[in-house]
Design a protein around this ligand. Structure first.
Ligand code: TYD
Ligand code: MG
Length: 457
């Protein structure tokens, strides 16, 4: 008899390995590779043959279908992140750290859809119906017509959903669910995958939209939401710093709308409150110019968001100085420091560098390069940029400033918030005249010389 096959799967990224390893080759996490029984495959080495299949019905690409109708929750930030409302029969994954507020957001979402006349079922595998009711009371949503259940068996859940046919079902969380035909513990990669597969295919077949909540896990014992990202239509991550009350719901994949769209919320005693004008929130008090603080005009999805980038540079007593970054990529910081050193002759060799994005925001746009470089130089020289200025532009390895997308929108938002100057790349698309004066530069060295004078060590 052939030996029963096992595979080794990473619980963080889902990569499969031939043998066990302490570290996953793919995502470099430690202690995440786990042994799993392989799903039984058909007899190996045989082709399927032509006769047995069923002919699939083909249709023309050029056929015009009616546009997808969308269900609106009425909560503007949520609808925006979903690309203008939820598409019926879609599968949505909402990931985030434990305790960040996913269940709170889901209950508010359920209440919003239910109050809008949709049938909504909320299934919690973590909290009892009484606990969910208590939370709803705290949120002031007790009277929303949402149906609750505390259940973890996927077979029972699907039977219930099939009988009830709601417009929307929320599963909190996918890691607590288990399918009885899979022989591993709840939370393992194969259970999470099997449950997500059952639920997403049910969503497509029966026209029920399903939201799966997934905890981002660190310890590797429990599979993270990344292992089901490929199965769902939309992937949203709920982010935020624990110490800050601001939370950002970010679309990282969306088959029915733009990715990279964000919704901004504030966690209050009465639940999550939408923040309509996030720029004002990410800028700290800006009356006096402060060294090391530079405002970046960024684009998140379809919206411009102004954020303050803060840098602190201090003499280091360590052999290899510290580079601490919050809200920005540390590799990109290293690159900018290298460009400043080799193209402008400004060294940070025996200086500790701390970089922070205000308000708990995360930025991934390379357009923030110029603002980061300006904050670093400003902190190092103890010389502030004018407090009514914003910066944007990508820095290439040669030190040249590269043009970036949507300069008009960035300038418009800056002007709206009372800024009167901008520092930008010169190769920018022509910008229609606005009330803001734009200083353009070819490269980072010119920018530094104009803004901070000649710097010699
Ligand atoms: P929760 O939604 O339970 O997080 P998750 O489901 O992502 O694990 O949120 C838990 C946190 O939110 C908890 O620390 C308390 C806070 N919170 C508020 O500040 N205000 C509220 O109205 C609610 C319901 C929760
Ligand atoms: Mg929860």
């Amino acid at each position: 008899m052939a030996k029963a096959k096992t595979t080794f799967t990473c619980s963080n990224c889902g990569a499969t390995h031939k043998k066990w390893a302490g570290q996953c080759d793919n995502c470099k996490q430690w202690n995440t590779v786990q042994e799993e029984a392989a799903l039984s495959a058909g007899p190996e080495g045989k082709t399927l043959g032509v006769a047995k299949g069923r002919k699939v019905i083909l249709s023309d690409l050029s056929t015009i279908d009616a546009p997808l109708p969308r269900m609106k929750s009425g909560a503007e930030e949520l609808d925006r992140v979903l690309g203008g409302g939820m598409v019926p029969a879609s599968a949505i994954l909402v990931g985030g750290d434990p305790g960040i507020g996913k269940s709170t957001l889901m209950l508010q979402l359920a209440a919003a859809f239910a109050n809008n006349g949709q049938k909504v079922i909320y299934i919690s595998g973590e909290e009892s119906a009484a606990q969910v009711r208590m939370r709803a009371a705290r949120l002031g949503k007790s009277d929303a017509p949402v149906q609750l259940a505390n259940e973890t068996n996927i077979r029972d859940i699907i039977t219930t959903l099939d009988a009830e046919r709601p417009a929307l079902a929320i599963i909190d969380s996918i890691q607590t669910m288990w399918a009885d035909h899979v022989g591993s513990a709840p939370g393992s990669v194969s259970q999470v995958r099997a449950c997500a597969h059952e639920l997403t295919s049910f969503a497509k077949k029966r026209g029920v939209s399903i939201v799966l909540v997934g905890h981002v896990t660190k310890d590797g014992q429990i599979a993270g939401p990344r292992v089901v990202e490929h199965m769902v239509d939309t992937v949203l991550y709920f982010e935020g710093e624990r110490g800050h009350q601001f939370r950002i719901l970010r679309a990282v994949k969306n088959r029915f709308g733009p990715a990279d769209e964000i919704g901004v919320f504030e966690m209050t005693g009465g639940g999550l409150v939408e923040v309509k004008n996030p720029s004002a929130l990410f800028l700290s008090e800006r009356d006096k110019p402060a060294p090391g603080a530079v405002v970046f005009a960024g684009i998140e999805g379809t919206r411009t968001v102004l954020v303050e980038i803060q840098a602190l540079v201090a003499k280091s007593s360590l052999g290899s100085p510290r580079r601490a970054v919050v809200g920005w990529d540390s590799g990109r910081l290293a690159m900018i420091l290298a460009v400043l050193e080799s193209r402008c002759g400004i060294s940070f060799a025996n200086l500790d560098v701390y970089l922070n994005i205000a308000g708990g925001m995360r930025i991934s746009e390379p357009a923030a390069d110029l603002a980061v470089a300006a904050a670093l130089i400003s902190a190092r020289q103890d010389n502030p940029l004018p407090s009514d200025s914003v910066c944007f532009g990508e820095i290439s390895l040669s030190g040249a400033l590269r043009p970036i997308s949507q300069p008009e929108n960035r300038l418009k938002e800056a002007e709206k918030l009372g800024f009167s100057q901008a520092f930008a790349p010169s190769l920018m698309k022509t910008v229609s005249e606005s009330g803001i004066s734009v200083q353009k530069f070819d490269n980072i060295a010119d920018f530094i010389e104009t803004s901070f004078g000649v710097i010699d060590d």
